[in-house]
Design a protein around this ligand. Structure first.
Ligand SMILES: Nc1ncnc2c1ncn2[C@@H]1O[C@H](COP(=O)(O)OP(=O)(O)O)[C@@H](O)[C@H]1O
Ligand SMILES: [Mg+2]
Length: 283
């Protein structure tokens, strides 16, 4: 169904419970092949936008506005064809208690061996896999190898590369990782999103500065949108969010003499796995 992958949100209005509006009259156009970042405080409605795009919920006609892909209302296509066109990398990737190969092929079960390896290389996880005892046949999960948070996200990226969707949705894809691992994964994400229409929901603004469009959501509305430099110059909502995040980093660096302090306070309080945190010891 999807040809170029242009997305148009037109006056999208949505409530989960008829009591409180989560999105009100939200309009946003994302040209094909470009990246749009959604930022804003927790509860602003960012993930809801992703859920609507994936049709976990349908907008009411006509009051709820519309979401169109290549000019076609997504309510007029089947859920399965819509979902085939969208690759999602969530915050926590679910792995099956099976081999690493099975877990990767979840992206596209009929992929060939060569395609599988190419995808793993694209996500920079091929070499790690080759170092596992049974390579691609290594069992992961409860009864097998335990992958680090960073490796799990690389599996999700490889799956998405295999799926080769026109649209990509990253919902806090690197938020549960420490900044060092996040940085390492950024290149694979950038490579995966190249040429695809991408919606990035992100907590750390440093990960979205290259997006063609950054959209600040506040109370279910678009408070501001533009490029990183443009929004900084505007000195509004985004600029103050940016400064707050910079301060967190600076404080951590200077007061404790260690970059890790800044990283730790910037992290969301998620189950930090000890093997994901790189601790630098200052001598
Ligand atoms: N399934 C749900 N039922 C009712 N309310 C929900 C549901 N999911 C999210 N909400 C509410 O909708 C608002 C937006 O949530 P969400 O889109 O997840 O925000 P964000 O991703 O920006 O943190 C929040 O106030 C949240 O409590
Ligand atoms: Mg969210």
């Amino acid at each position: 169904m999807v040809k170029t992958g242009a997305i148009d949100f037109d006056k999208v209005t949505f409530t989960y419970d008829d009591k409180r509006m989560v999105l009100t009259d939200l309009s946003l156009s994302i040209p094909a092949g470009t990246t749009c970042a959604l930022v804003g405080t927790t509860g602003a409605g960012k993930s809801t936008i992703g859920r609507l795009l994936f049709r976990f919920y349908d907008l009411e006609r006509p009051a709820g506005g519309s979401i169109k892909i290549d000019g076609v209302d997504i309510r007029d296509v089947t859920q399965s064809s819509l979902r085939r066109a969208i690759g999602v990398v969530p915050q926590d990737t679910i792995l099956f208690n099976d081999t690493i190969k099975y877990n990767l092929l979840y992206g596209r079960p009929d992929a060939t061996e060569d395609e599988l390896i190419a995808a793993a290389k694209g996500a920079s996880i091929h070499e790690s896999i080759m170092s596992f005892p049974d390579k691609y046949e290594t069992k992961v999960g409860e009864r097998g190898l335990r992958l680090s948070g960073g490796e799990k996200q690389r599996v999700a990226i490889a799956r998405t590369i295999l799926k080769s969707p026109k649209l990509v949705l990253l919902d806090e894809a690197t938020s549960a990782l420490d900044t060092h691992t996040e940085h390492q994964i950024q290149d694979s994400l950038d490579e995966m999103c190249k040429g695809r229409t991408t919606v990035i929901i992100a907590h750390r603004l440093s990960t979205v500065i290259n997006a063609e469009q950054i959209c600040v959501l506040k109370d279910g509305k678009v408070a501001e949108k533009g490029g990183h430099v443009e929004l900084l110059e505007k000195d509004g909502e985004y600029a103050s969010m940016w400064r707050r995040q910079q301060e967190v980093r600076d404080d951590g660096g200077s007061s404790k003499g260690s970059p890790v302090a800044g990283v730790a306070s910037e992290r969301q309080p998620l189950k930090a796995e000890p093997d994901q945190v790189t601790v630098k010891v200052e001598r």
